[in-house]
Design a protein around this ligand. Structure first.
Ligand code: THU
Length: 137
């Protein structure tokens, strides 16, 4: 996790910037995410809401899907930043944790907004016993 930690301050800035693009007229809760991949590429995402509320798509998943859409699925995520620009608690939801897990390196780091600052931890701590299938077709 050590090398990725150096990238966290810049990733936080990129996540803040991404959150300015959020489309969140219903919740008024903007979220930005920035992902650093092991090929050095950084990808951002923001939440995009919908009048049919259940169709809302989170910032973290939008960032993952953007990366896969643009470059395919070869690389692993080594660092993640998630923020709400108002400084409110902003840990990734359970669905986003599982989607991030699919592409996260075993030692990936995550930093996310907590009141008054940021929490930084190994991503693995956020999803113990993630869903996996030993048998893959
Ligand atoms: N949201 C995210 O973008 N990421 C999360 O991990 C949790 C929630 C968004 C969805 C919705 O637009 C707003 O935050 C309020 O739930």
């Amino acid at each position: 996790m050590a090398p990725a930690n150096d990238a966290l301050p810049r990733l936080r800035e990129l996540a803040e910037e991404a959150a300015t693009h959020a489309y969140a007229p219903y919740s008024k809760f903007s979220v930005g995410a920035a992902l650093l991949w092991d090929d050095g590429v950084t990808v951002t995402g923001c939440n995009v809401e919908n009048l049919s509320f259940g169709l809302t798509s989170c910032a973290e998943r939008n960032a993952v899907f953007r990366r896969i859409s643009e470059r395919g699925a070869g690389a692993k995520i080594v660092a993640i930043a998630v923020t709400n620009p108002a400084g409110e608690m902003c840990a990734p939801c359970g669905a986003c944790r599982q989607v991030l897990h699919e592409f996260a390196a075993p030692d990936a780091a995550i930093t996310y907004r907590i009141p008054g600052g940021w929490a930084t931890r190994p991503f693995a701590e956020l999803l113990p016993d993630a869903f996996v299938m030993e048998r893959r077709n």
